[in-house]
Design a protein. Structure first.
Length: 119
């Protein structure tokens, strides 16, 4: 019913930048928030950032504060993640997510996009 399609992953050197995009669609697409999680090899999926669809409040994991910025375009049903000052430890598969306020509950997931940061 809901589709989330990510784009923008890739390989970048440490200190570089990448921008991820996620477009939502579907007859029942009506999130309260969208955002991003990530999963590194051998680790659990972890919260990265979220933005509320109405009001625009944002939330960030401590590990990315000051380096990552989330934004949204309500008309395009899209959310963006600008990642600056990337570190090797940011290497992971990044998943777009939609759900309740602050993404406390995720109701839809994207397929994931690989981000690799080389040292």
């Amino acid at each position: 019913q809901v589709q989330l399609v990510e784009s923008g992953g890739g390989l970048v050197q440490a200190g570089g930048s990448l921008r991820l995009s996620c477009a939502g669609s579907g007859r029942t697409f009506s999130p309260y928030a969208m955002g991003w999680f990530r999963q590194a090899p051998g680790k659990e999926r972890e919260f990265v950032t979220a933005i509320n669809w109405f009001g625009g409040s944002t939330y960030y994991a401590d590990s990315v504060k000051g380096r990552f910025t989330i934004s949204r375009d309500n008309v395009k049903n899209s959310v963006y993640l600008q990642m600056n000052s990337l570190k090797p430890e940011d290497t992971a598969v990044y998943y777009c997510a939609a759900g309740t306020v602050g993404l406390r509950t995720v109701t839809s997931w994207g397929q994931g996009t690989q981000v690799t940061v080389s040292s």
